[in-house]
Ligand binder design. Structure first.
Ligand code: 13P
Ligand code: SF4
Length: 415
């Protein structure tokens, strides 16, 4: 399991004092650790992408009737229900998805289902928020486990981004800067993006989003503030847009003025937010060298959330959908080392026994938050809906939603 320590947003759990008085004969309570994720799914930090506990009674994971129960509840709900499954979900969950996809495809699919009363999103919190923004107020978007957040989305808060925008304004460049925000961000960040005339992008359309943002005919920006994934921003700028590494600077929200001088801000074309995926960020040059030594002739295929040196050392880079298509199109006997989430790599390996498919690194694990959605949570969700109780509904407030919608619509309209 990969767990990030968040250096700034430290939280204490309700009811757990940060420190307790120490008297003679008393044992000091341990100081709560500053975990970015609420690992046991307990407690809440509604201001962030961190999750909360399941409010209901989950069936036991060992219950042998879970598959049957999920099937029966889904059948009872019929057309009132639409289940979306991100490619990184577990097999046991994907088995019940009406459609599977990467975050771009799932956003499109959510927007294209106006008749579905319940959209159960098997993915993570920011995806369900986007689906709520793109659907009508009569439709309920449901996340089976509210603890399914995203550590990358947590790395940019609305307040931090507003502060950095002020820094850009003080440097005299806010007017010529377009925010481009990765789908993997909170609704607050998407709203910031919409308020400042920017667009959302995903790993499938990041180049198109940057082309649009820099388009001189559209009278848009000379610079892009790309958030929150520095790697997707850098990889797209350098490998697909012909920029140099020197055109990119890192904006560190934990440092005064983002850790940048006015001159650095003025000279940069890409202002990259200092965020990353805690799964893809763990693939390394060593992983690439190791697999090449183990399997001569192997093709290394990685997601653009991987670090720049890993992407540069790979044979191919592409979004989740690209990775799937590349494997499907390859001739039998092709050997692949794939650097993306393990559920997807395992599923591809099972579906393509005529090829050799290995995971790029021997120690990187599943995305812990994607994996929180499991069969017990899905059964609990579907049975609750079938019984007339809407549980775990994700709603974005109307003002945030309106601004975020402008940025999402801009993405859906990208040429
Ligand atoms: P895509 O679905 O855009 O490939 O993003 C990958 C990811 O990390 C989702 O959480
Ligand atoms: Fe977030 Fe990375 Fe997990 Fe996607 S794979 S949900 S970006 S931590």
């Amino acid at each position: 399991m990969t767990v990030d320590l968040d250096p700034v947003r430290r939280i204490s759990r309700p009811g757990s004092p940060i420190s307790s008085p120490i008297g003679p004969g008393t044992v000091p309570e341990p100081t709560p650790s500053p975990l970015a994720l609420l690992l046991l799914g307990r407690d809440a930090d509604p201001a962030s992408e961190r999750g909360v506990a399941c409010p209901g009674e989950l069936p036991a994971a060992s219950d042998p009737t879970l598959v049957e129960r999920a099937r029966a509840a889904k059948q009872a709900l019929g057309d009132r229900l639409f289940v979306l499954g991100h490619h990184y979900q577990r097999d046991e969950v994907i088995a019940f998805a009406d459609v599977t996809g990467d975050s771009f495809k799932l956003a499109q699919q959510a927007a294209a289902r106006p008749a579905a009363e319940f959209i159960v999103f098997c993915g993570v919190h920011f995806m369900a928020e986007s689906a709520d923004i793109l659907t009508s107020p009569e439709q309920a978007v449901i996340l089976p486990d509210l603890a399914a957040g995203c550590s990358m989305a947590d790395m940019a808060t609305g307040e931090q981004v507003d502060e950095i925008w002020d820094v850009l304004a003080d440097a005299g460049v806010a007017d010529v800067t377009v925010p481009v925000s990765y789908m993997n961000s909170s609704a607050a960040i998407k709203a910031f993006t919409g308020r400042h005339g920017g667009t959302i992008c995903t790993s499938s359309n990041a180049k198109r989003a940057l082309d649009w943002a820099f388009d001189p005919d559209g009278g848009r920006g000379e610079k892009v503030l790309f958030l929150p994934d520095q790697h997707l921003g850098r990889n797209t700028a350098v490998l697909e847009m012909g920029m140099s590494l020197d055109d990119c600077v890192l904006v560190d929200p934990h440092k005064p003025n983002g850790g940048l001088t006015v001159e650095q801000i003025r000279n940069a074309k890409m202002l990259l937010w200092k965020g990353h995926c805690s799964v893809h960020g763990r693939f390394s040059l060593d992983s690439v060298a190791d697999v090449r030594a183990r399997v001569p002739g192997i093709r290394v295929l990685v997601h653009p959330e991987c670090r720049h040196e890993v992407v540069t050392a790979a044979d191919e880079v592409g979004s989740t959908e690209y990775i799937i298509r590349a494997v499907e199109a390859a001739p039998p006997g092709t050997a692949w080392a794939i650097g993306t989430e393990l559920n997807l790599v395992q599923r591809l390996a099972k579906a393509h026994p005529e090829q050799t498919i290995v995971f790029l690194d021997r120690t990187v694990c599943f995305c812990s938050t994607m994996n929180r959605i499991d069969l017990p949570h899905l059964v609990w969700t579907l049975e609750s809906l079938a019984a007339g109780e809407v549980v775990n509904r994700i709603t974005v407030d109307p003002q945030t939603s309106a601004h975020a919608r402008a940025a999402l619509d801009q993405m859906l309209a990208l040429p």
